[in-house]
Write a protein of this length. Structure first.
Length: 534
């Protein structure tokens, strides 16, 4: 990290290197002043909500399982709708996601998807360079000027028709350590949102779109209320019409699944619906119930969307969104095309096809993919089964989903192969993240922080509860510690000595190993690893 220097704004510090080039373009005194004003207004509430998360976790550890809230029963029972859907968000049948590097932004916008979610969160390693250059990239995408020339001389520019742009800021639990406001690092959520909104809201509205967002990792309707108040304050401060902001909330924590109506209600004049953030949802399920031996999950690969607890979550999300007149978005297809092996490639693509078929038949209004090569498959499935721009008005039989349905623990087995895969994928992903890459193809799947988190917390949970593998052996810290050097040796062989030696594999293995086997528990691997990047 660069040495901080006091900016021209009292009480605000940013790195000295931020005074030139693209840094100066993004971190103007006006922009920094705007995000600092958000921090001063909302930081105390953010901290209080994070403290409430800790208190709720303690209640779960003491046996109080989550359920639907009595205090908000009237919100769930009442008839109300969210605000009308903007024209360029009516049809969201295929959305592509990815990090905010320049070439990726151009290719995603040109990909033929309906929406591109530019990700400052799980697909982005939040180095200072990535974050600021990412803001410049989405600024240039928003105004239509973005271009890129590859080192080989290939030119990239936007086509005439491009995807609608959405941005995902980081979650409430994260900070941006490079910006200090009144002695404290600024909320990463407010930093990412604030810079994008400041630089692009008026431009997007003038071009017939708007400042649209995905909101991650929320655990309660009060956290949604905080976001809504941030939107109101930001629109007022910059003279942007009220209701211009639209936000899709990722329901990717088990606690949020019990508060879907409430979350939509809090954001109702700014809502763009809900999304099944399946990978983080599984991570949250394990994390929240980590201290309970009766909530141990089997191998990650066996926790599929047809399992009752996940199917119940899907049905409840779709039913809730459509009742409120807004999109219910499906989850990510992690597969990527496999080159050089037609048979394996067809199997991978068929998994995507079946997953998207499940989603559209369930009633989803659109879906996510991580690779442009999957867009035609997803689009064909939704085109075949969804005759209009969405399925919001499709009448389906009411389904009663109980609290017990949402926390029903699936059966399955734990295997040594499953254990080794968790260790392997986690180390590979964290090594890439430490090197500045937050979205990584590993074993023909696109991995981001969410899938690495599943790998990490599963192993911790198995060790904690002396889980037995299918061969009768118990998963122990000692077993994991024996596997780690074997995985590193295999990676050196697979990747080659030069790639291995240039990377940060020993550090990744050390950090990931500590998080898998330590007595203590870290809520997010990215908060631990953040100290090791610039």
């Amino acid at each position: 990290m660069s040495t901080p220097a006091t900016s021209t704004l009292p009480g605000v510090e940013i790195p000295a290197s931020s005074s030139t080039g693209v840094y100066a373009e993004i971190l103007t005194p006006e922009a920094v002043g705007f995000v600092a004003s958000l921090a001063r207004r909302f930081e105390s509430r953010r901290r209080a909500l994070l403290a409430a998360r800790v208190a709720r976790q303690l209640q779960i550890q003491q046996g109080a399982l989550p359920g639907f809230l009595d205090e908000t029963a009237t919100v769930r029972a009442a008839e109300w709708k969210v605000a009308p859907i903007p024209r360029d968000l009516l049809d969201r049948r295929v959305e592509i996601t990815g990090p905010v590097d320049r070439k990726m932004v151009i290719n995603a916008l040109n990909s033929g998807a309906n929406v591109f979610m530019a990700d400052f969160e799980d697909a982005n390693s939040p180095t200072w360079q990535n974050n600021i250059e990412g803001q410049a990239n989405v600024r240039d995408a928003a105004n239509g000027s973005i271009t890129y020339a590859s080192p080989e001389g290939k030119q990239y520019a936007l086509k005439e028709n491009v995807a609608t742009l959405l941005v995902r800021p980081r979650g409430w639990h994260l900070v941006e350590k490079h910006v200090i406001v009144d002695g404290q690092p600024i909320s990463a959520s407010l930093f990412d949102f604030g810079l994008y909104f400041f630089h692009n809201a008026q431009t997007l509205l003038a071009r017939g779109s708007g400042p649209y967002f995905y909101l991650p990792k929320m655990e309660s309707y009060l956290e949604a209320r905080l976001w809504n108040d941030v939107f109101l304050a930001s629109q007022e401060a910059l003279g942007v019409p009220r209701g211009s902001v639209r936000a899709t909330v990722l329901i990717e924590t088990i606690l949020a699944s019990f508060q879907m109506d409430e979350i939509l209600y809090e954001l109702r004049e700014h809502s763009a619906g809900l999304n099944c953030g399946r990978w983080d949802y599984i991570f949250s399920f394990i994390k929240k119930f980590r201290d309970r031996a009766d909530f141990v999950l089997p191998n990650r690969a066996q926790v599929t969307m047809d399992r009752p607890f996940l199917n119940s979550y899907v049905q409840l999300l779709i039913q809730t969104c459509h009742r409120r007149g807004i999109h219910a978005m499906g989850g990510m297809a992690a597969q990527i095309p496999i080159k050089g092996d037609p048979e394996a490639n067809e199997k991978a693509l068929d998994k995507v096809r079946q997953d998207k078929l499940r989603e559209v038949k369930a009633g989803h209004d659109g879906t996510w993919v991580a690779h442009p090569g999957l867009i035609p498959i997803a689009k064909t499935v939704f085109d075949d089964y969804m005759t209009g721009p969405n399925q919001i008005d499709l009448v389906k039989p009411h389904v009663d989903i109980s609290a017990a349905d949402l926390i029903a623990v699936p059966g399955g087995e734990i295997t040594e192969d499953g254990l080794r895969l968790n260790v392997d994928v986690g180390i590979q992903y964290l090594e890439a993240w430490l090197g500045g890459n937050g979205c990584v193809p590993i074993y023909n799947l696109m991995e981001d922080a969410a899938t690495a988190e599943i790998s990490r917390v599963q192993v911790w949970q198995w060790i904690r509860h002396h889980a037995k593998m299918n061969d009768g052996r118990v998963v122990t810290a000692e077993l994991v510690e024996r596997i780690i050097p074997e995985v590193l040796s295999k990676l050196r062989s697979q990747l080659g000595g030069a790639r291995y030696d240039e990377g940060r594999f020993p550090l990744a293995a050390k950090l990931f190993g500590q998080m898998m086997t330590g007595e203590g528990f870290s809520d997010f691997l990215t908060t631990v690893a953040y100290d090791f990047i610039d």
